[in-house]
Design a protein around this ligand. Structure first.
Ligand SMILES: *Cc1c(COP(=O)(O)O)cnc(C)c1O
Length: 370
């Protein structure tokens, strides 16, 4: 029996090492590994994750926003950090903290060159993002000449990488679309490299790209979800080890008579004698209301206990009528056995959303068995 006494998110660094090595084994020896640690390291702790990965030889980090990069620099991270989706407002801070922008439009390229010139920068490392089908952010193929015109007249920036992002690399039914994206990126990269006079680092693959499309590995791969133990496919999930485990405790047990209601808005009415357990985790901790009304469950003494009624801000109530349990017993929301992908799927979402929703209120505990 574990000694979980409150709601905690355990972060297992041995599992992180395992996942990193597994993903690295899937790419050629000279392909660089970029670790995506946005959204607090997919809901864990970005600084802890990044320090560990820095120690075991990661080549690059990526975050979504400048503020996330600053957190890493303040934690002492020295490895290059790519900011995937910066806003021009934050370019001065980005430069102050030696972060590297992904420039994805004429506006961001122009604004970045302006900011870098004002700060007297020479050859400041930048990354150019191309849209090859996700249609989210990025330059289009026919923007290349315009990009070159802007770059020709300045020496404030240096293009260190070209990147694009796959829309459906985990989806085997979209193989043709993905291969088109890969081809399109190859053509753009060739064109840009010729015009620059050198070939920057090329990268297009996320975790599922690494696992499903060896032809899309190029010079570097960007892995997020895989590092945290999920492969978007049962076959790969079996090889990876979930890093985070979300655990809690039974605060109180109630015995309800038939016909009683439970929780806000009386969303659940008992039809029989019902034993309920109240758990100190709610939507403010990241267990959204979509998990209520038996769309989600927790595990208590190896048995499933479904969430009854609405999820509250700070609590859920679960059905333990058939479970031998008592106040103070451990509750597992997800762990390496019953993982976040399985819980998420049951409620109609994906591991990414469940993991990144775990709020800062949940205490993080680092497990480091070297
Ligand atoms: C989030 C993100 C990734 C990581 O994707 P995973 O599926 O988690 O591996 C890679 N590249 C970009 C541009 C991203 O936004």
């Amino acid at each position: 029996m574990s000694n979980t006494k409150e709601t905690v998110l355990e972060i297992n660094l041995a599992h992180l090492t395992h996942n990193f090595n597994y993903l690295k084994s899937k790419v050629a020896i000279d392909v660089k590994m970029l670790a995506v640690v946005k959204a607090s390291g997919y809901g864990s702790d970005a600084s802890v994750i990044a320090k560990h990965l820095e120690n075991i030889g990661v080549d690059y980090f990526a975050v979504a926003y400048v503020s996330e990069g600053i957190v890493l620099r303040e934690a002492g991270i020295k490895t290059p950090i790519l900011v995937l989706h910066p806003q021009p407002l934050n370019f001065p801070k980005l430069i102050e903290y030696q972060l590297e922008p992904s420039l994805y439009s004429s506006r961001t390229l122009k604004e970045f060159i302006k900011t870098a010139s004002l700060l007297d920068k020479k050859d400041y490392p930048v990354h150019i993002k191309f849209n090859t089908g996700l249609n989210r952010i990025g330059f289009w193929e026919n923007d290349v000449d315009h990009i070159m015109d802007q770059l020709k007249v300045t020496n404030t920036v240096k293009v260190v990488s070209l990147l694009s992002h796959l829309a459906a690399s985990e989806d085997h039914n979209e193989r043709e679309f993905t291969l088109d994206q890969i081809n399109s990126f190859k053509n753009i990269s060739k064109d840009v490299s010729e015009k620059l006079g050198y070939t920057p680092i090329l990268h297009q693959s996320n975790t599922s790209g690494i696992l499903n499309y060896p032809e899309a590995h190029f010079d570097m791969v960007r892995t997020g979800i895989g590092l945290y133990g999920y492969g978007n496919d049962a076959k790969y999930d079996a090889e990876l080890k979930p890093v985070a485990s979300l655990k809690s405790v039974i605060s109180q047990i109630h015995m309800l008579e038939p016909g009683e209601s439970l929780g806000y808005n009386r969303a659940f009415i008992t039809s029989d004698f019902t034993k309920t357990a109240t758990i100190p985790i709610g939507h403010a901790d990241g267990i959204g209301r979509q998990y209520g009304n038996k769309k989600g469950f927790v595990t208590i003494n190896n048995k499933r206990a479904y969430i009854l009624g609405n999820v509250c801000m700070d609590m859920i109530m679960v059905d333990v009528t058939e479970i031998d349990c008592k106040e103070g017993d451990e509750v597992i929301i997800f762990d390496a056995n019953l993982n976040a992908a399985q819980i998420a799927e049951y409620s109609g979402t994906i591991s990414y959303e469940l993991l990144t929703a775990i709020s800062p209120r949940v205490k993080r505990i680092i497990i480091d068995n070297n």
